[in-house]
Write a protein of this length. Sequence first.
Lengths: 616, 292
Amino acid sequence: MAQTFRLKLITERAAGGDPIVRERDVAGPEATIGRAATNDLVLADLAVDPSHAKMRFSGPGRVTIESVSGLPFMADGKSTSRVDLDVSRHPVAGFGEYRLAFEPGEEGGAVVTVTRESHDHPPSASVFSLQAPVFGRRNMAWILGAGIFLLCLLVPLTLSGIIGPAKIRPDQQWSSGALTKAHSFLESDCKSCHVKNFQAVRDDACLTCHKSSADPTPQFERARSLGSPFQPQLAPEHAAHDKLEKATPLPAGLGAVSAVFQRALGHPTDRCASCHIEHTKSPTPEGADAKAPPLSDKPKLVVVQDCQSCHSQLKMRLTKTELIDTPDWNKHPGFRPLVMTSAAGAKPTFQRVALNTAPQERNGLTFPHRLHLDPLGGVARQAIELGKAGGYGAPLECASCHRRDASGKDFVPIEMEKDCGGCHSLAYTREGGQLKNLPHGELQKVVDTLAGRSLTASPGSDRQRPGTIRPSVFSAGGASAYRATFSRGGACYDCHTVNWAGDTVQMAPVKLAMKYLPRGGFDHSVPEHGGPGTSKAGGFECADCHKAKTSDRASDVLIPDLKTCATCHGQPATKIAAADDADCTTCHSFHKPGQATPKPGHPPLETLRWTKVAAR
Amino acid sequence: MTQVGGHTERVRQRTHEGFLRHKGFRWAQIATGLCVVATGVYFFVASRLAEPPSGGSWLGYLLGTASAGLIVWLACLGIRKRVITQGHYSLKAWVSAHVYLGLSLTVLATLHTGFQFGWNVHTLAYALMMLVIASGALGVWAYATLPQRLHGNRGETTRKQMLDALASLDAQMHEAAQPLDRNGAAIVRLSIEQTDLGGGFWKRLTGSYGDCANRRALQQLRALPSPGSAVQAEALTKIEGLMTQKADALALARRQMGITALLEAWLFVHIPATFALLAALIAHIVSVFAYW
């Protein structure tokens, strides 16, 4: 019997189960393959040509397949148009989805198992839903979540302290807002203030630049090394920190809850950073003076505790305090000027004495203000006679002796030669046509100058104009110039308190107070306070506050009492044109209680630039 | 729609109460109340605060804690919906609260910021939160309107029926194409093998299937020269009819997919953005206290 092709057609059932197997032999040594029904092997696949190929036996156990349409087919995994197969090696040929597996048959023939491998999987209903294998919800969720967690938290948290001054600062993304101009040089150096993680900014960090001390060089050096273009403002403590801590009560209302929480959580409200807020917008208040320095230059100032909340019932918290409670303006204690009780000795002694007890200051000077300010008295007469050329020409007024300093807020110290010397001559002799004056200020120099001399003046009035030598009752008696000068009628005796220890003169030193109220500021330059400029109705002249015209003793303390201040401060504008607020800060600042609180924004930041500071 | 369909629709409308109007808008009322109270307190307190309003004031901490707690709770819907529970707290109530309390966050968290924004991790968390809420709002709109459109589009045909119809048309075309020559067969194969039912997101959303293989096959089929045999001519006529039917079936299924894409698209933003938000929220909270 000749070689034949035995076809074994296997069809899978659509519903599953055993496949259908049909077998038949092809008559003759050749078999046609194609889609058309006329073929020996019909392959119902559109990828197969109607007449696609022929297969025939080309020897014992060998089959040749050859394309007749020109369209190739697959043989042993390769595309080809003609192939010679060794049936014993169980070769496989492919036409479209059909797979032809050859194996040796009877009498050198071949069995061809034909199967169809459908790659089509009918789509399931899930095809209606959105599919995103890569950018799926779950993938994206984990990638984004983990990415942000890593980049925004773990990297800054672990590396911020390690990287140091690098260009990339991973913790800068944590900044909740820009720093003010004053601190903007620290913008990328979070750790300079946020020293320790999970610990609120401590005062130590601020004080490395802002600590007030006698020699602030280290602070300035620190600021420079951090890159500050500005000289840091030094901030003295309001009081010793432990006292402040004790003295500060809890804020009222909800603030107390907040403060308790913050203290418990390590975010105390008595830190520098509690009041001086950074990383926040600092809007310029409405109606702000356009010429005023911009407030946004410096950290926003926030009042955590007002003055009266601490200065009320203070003794309950600070038992040993000598401070008097000032719960409000109306209960402000009366002035207690700091009065010198003794000028003797190396260190004068001071005491605060209530103004309403008419304190007397031992300043060592004899000076009746009344006498000098009497417009009809001898002093006035002499001042008129001295004329304008002599710097007078009219009865004396306050400004004849008390001169404003450069700021206009205060007065320069009285100088004898300049302020009194117009009338009170220090001349003691004439040598070669030149008058010689006693040196003023140091007792021993006066004594040395006068040693062994007699007074040379002719008898006459004790009151001599400058340029003349003062006569003395002692001159006729031939007493020594030394004794005469320090005795009644002598040049020194008028103004100085003189004692004698045997033949040795003793003179109480003169020390005049510059400031009677060291814990409060007063600005003499305000027009309403008698300063230059136009004052509102109700403003004051010197004499309204200082009762000098009725004072006969230099020891009188001539500052006004609090009532005088209260004529304007704390009054409604409807009542008095010069009305002003009675705010604690008007006269006291927190860091420097002896000064008035500077106006917002002062000093302007730009004035603190190193170059300008150095040029001063 | 048939008479029967119309009838069932009316019945459903009478008895069904969606998650939006659950219990007479209970959660809408609660959320509105929350917003009104928070806004009132904010504008009363903010002007009295010593510092400029920010997340760092006591009010800021209060609003921040409330907002963070809400965010975590809202995110828990993902867990809750997978758990089948018994009792009063139905999933519908939960979803209703999720929607309205989620919307209230736009007010609470904005007040928490004190209107201070910047290029930082804090504003990142805020922006992500707003993105989550915006996508969620889109989802609410989608769930409220699109099922109606889906229903209107498919009529009484189910999704499976649509797929079966397409498979059946393909099978018929395959059968009918057997007498065709190679060119004809290739055209039919183009329609059967290359037709992409859905496609990517934008394709589904915009419904732009200009390059559809079935459409091209139909064009090519019509351009074929007259076949030699009557059998082939008959087959071609039959296949043209089948392809036209397939084009209609495809259009129906693709409209269904387009609406479904709209219905589901928001979740592709909502879920990843929620995870991003949770991470940013943790970073926000930890960083604030790290650099207190």
